[in-house]
Design a protein around this ligand. Structure first.
Ligand code: HEC
Ligand code: HEC
Ligand code: HEC
Ligand code: HEC
Ligand code: HEC
Ligand code: HEC
Ligand code: HEC
Ligand code: HEC
Length: 328
């Protein structure tokens, strides 16, 4: 009789203990989330005696991480924080947990990465937001989650309350002025909904500081479609990128992403080889180009101009465009 009670209790203990705690709690992104950028993967390990873990992303296993070392525990306790490298589309993460070389448990996570490719997010995934009270409560013991105005306005990297977690987005070749001075609070508001949402988008935001450009655009007879629509962010990243002027893509790729038909046609003129005019790979000979290669903006102003097709020299007569580069 006694034996049976002990057995029942121990089975109950086993059941309740496994039901109560999963191996890890995925904090960001949570289970079945969709994300629009490859940010971080953050979870909490629920067993204190785990010595190492291994992450397998889409079948590719990473190196084991020694999460049991005193150095690791001192810095991160039971948190695991890594930069993620999502593949476009559905991603499957497996976390294997080890104790002294022996695998104890595994946990799974599905994440959908909708990159700029424009894939449809399947209905089983929902968009995720990091800066919510349920998530931030896990971070505030080590990070400043509710900075003072003085902290927000500091342009010193070490003092900036956003930099420590978002430094990756600024480690690019061309950083946008206000992002580079850590003026995150100019565009992002802690009172936004969700928190840190930007109050204004596109031209309404950009013209607050680039008012000279608003004046220039107003004067143009022909304004480029997306500029007219105020879609500055269709071409420029508000934080920075690997391309000059913080463009989302190298210039020709950017233009061709909307004007794909140019790729397959003879553009400007049929040359002696039967191909179109060179649009890349040759030096632009005009003085203003300072030795840069030919590209779409060698001839077209990306924002607009005084003549149709926004030719950079603003001349009605096509020959004058050619003569910019070809001696009469
Ligand atoms: C404790 C680390 C941490 C701090 C501090 C932090 N963030 Fe974040 N934030 C994240 C993570 C993680 C994400 C998810 C995207 C990613 O993985 O990079 C995120 C996402 C965001 C997003 C996208 C919307 C969302 O909530 O998912 C915005 C906007 C943002 N942060 C702005 C800020 C601003 C502005 C500050 C400074 C006031 C700040 N963050 C401070 C970690 C942090
Ligand atoms: C036990 C303390 C601790 C907790 C809790 C913690 N972190 Fe951190 N976190 C750190 C330390 C330490 C660093 C490294 C700081 C540095 O690089 O200067 C860090 C760095 C980060 C980074 C930058 C990683 C990189 O290099 O890209 C992100 C993002 C981050 N934490 C997000 C979070 C979020 C989100 C939470 C809450 C869900 C959180 N952390 C909770 C200690 C912690
Ligand atoms: C010039 C305005 C501007 C400045 C300055 C700025 N941001 Fe942003 N940020 C934006 C806009 C616009 C978005 C797009 C918002 C959206 O997609 O909902 C954005 C989005 C983000 C996101 C989400 C990115 C993603 O891909 O999901 C994060 C994180 C972020 N900003 C952090 C920061 C941090 C940290 C700083 C300071 C170093 C900063 N921002 C400075 C305008 C700005
Ligand atoms: C808070 C003020 C502020 C806002 C808002 C702002 N900018 Fe800027 N921007 C600057 C500063 C400062 C510079 C760097 C100084 C300069 O080169 O003019 C800059 C530089 C740039 C440059 C590079 C100029 C060059 O010559 O290389 C581009 C492109 C740009 N901004 C686009 C935008 C777009 C697009 C937006 C809207 C999403 C925007 N800016 C919003 C302040 C701002
Ligand atoms: C169709 C893509 C596209 C759109 C939309 C666009 N830009 Fe640009 N922008 C460019 C390109 C390409 C350059 C680089 C031109 C060059 O290198 O000669 C540029 C350069 C700039 C510059 C720096 C050089 C200059 O002309 O002063 C600023 C500032 C700028 N853009 C702001 C804006 C703002 C503000 C908007 C929205 C009203 C906007 N852009 C919309 C493509 C675009
Ligand atoms: C976000 C999409 C988008 C991007 C990126 C884009 N364009 Fe456009 N472009 C349009 C739209 C929309 C129009 C107006 C509709 C039309 O005439 O096709 C237009 C019109 C034009 C026109 C005038 C066409 C005509 O028949 O009058 C030219 C020239 C042009 N774009 C060149 C460029 C160049 C050069 C770039 C790269 C700097 C570029 N576009 C990038 C969307 C885009
Ligand atoms: C050497 C100068 C030059 C370069 C470089 C150039 N264009 Fe053009 N583009 C023209 C001329 C001239 C026209 C007027 C129509 C014509 O003659 O084909 C034109 C017309 C256009 C048009 C409107 C007509 C149409 O076919 O839709 C678009 C869109 C366009 N260009 C996009 C681009 C893109 C995208 C690039 C870069 C891949 C580019 N152009 C590079 C000179 C140039
Ligand atoms: C922004 C400068 C620029 C403009 C504007 C320009 N071109 Fe060119 N063009 C070039 C360059 C650079 C080459 C390549 C020369 C080389 O191969 O060394 C070239 C090559 C050519 C060729 C081929 C020559 C050959 O040897 O095969 C022809 C034809 C041509 N251009 C015609 C035109 C016409 C017509 C216009 C006006 C509608 C024009 N170009 C406008 C820069 C320009």
């Amino acid at each position: 009789m006694l034996k049976r009670v002990v057995l029942v209790i121990s089975i109950m203990l086993l059941v309740t203990s496994t039901a109560a705690k999963a191996a890890v709690d995925f904090i960001y992104p949570g289970p079945n989330s969709s994300v629009t950028s490859s940010g971080h993967l953050i979870f909490k390990i629920n067993q204190s005696d785990i010595t190492s873990l291994r992450i397998t992303l889409n079948g590719v296993a990473g190196d084991p991480v020694n999460v049991g070392s005193p150095e690791y525990r001192k810095l991160f306790q039971d948190f695991f924080i890594a930069q993620s490298l999502w593949d476009p589309g559905a991603n499957r993460v497996i976390v294997d947990l080890f104790r002294g070389g022996q695998k104890i448990e595994s946990a799974n996570l599905s994440v959908f990465f909708a990159d700029a490719g424009g894939q449809k997010v399947p209905p089983e995934y929902s968009p995720v937001i990091m800066h919510r009270q349920e998530n931030e409560r896990f971070c505030q013991s080590c990070h400043t989650m509710n900075p003072t105005p003085a902290q927000m306005n500091s342009s010193i990297e070490k003092e900036n309350p956003c930099y420590v977690c978002h430094k990756k987005m600024l480690s690019v070749k061309y950083v946008h002025g206000p992002a580079g001075t850590y003026s995150c609070g100019y565009c992002h508001s802690s009172k936004g909904n969700p928190k840190h949402a930007v109050a204004k988008r596109g031209a309404a935001l950009c013209y607050e500081c680039h008012s000279d450009m608003a004046v220039q655009i107003k004067k143009k007879k022909f304004v480029h479609g997306p500029v007219e629509a105020g879609m500055c962010e269709a071409c420029h990243d508000a934080h920075g990128s690997q391309n000059e002027s913080q463009l989302l893509k190298p210039i020709n790729e950017l233009c061709l992403s909307c004007h794909g038909h140019i790729r397959g046609q003879v553009h400007v003129v049929r040359t002696t080889t039967g191909e179109g005019h060179p649009l890349s790979g040759k030096k632009n000979p005009t003085k203003l180009a300072t030795g840069k290669d030919m590209n779409c903006v060698s001839c077209h102003n990306p924002h607009g101009g005084m003549v149709r097709y926004f030719f950079v020299n603003n001349a009605e007569e096509r020959m004058l465009l050619c003569q910019m580069c070809h001696n009469k």
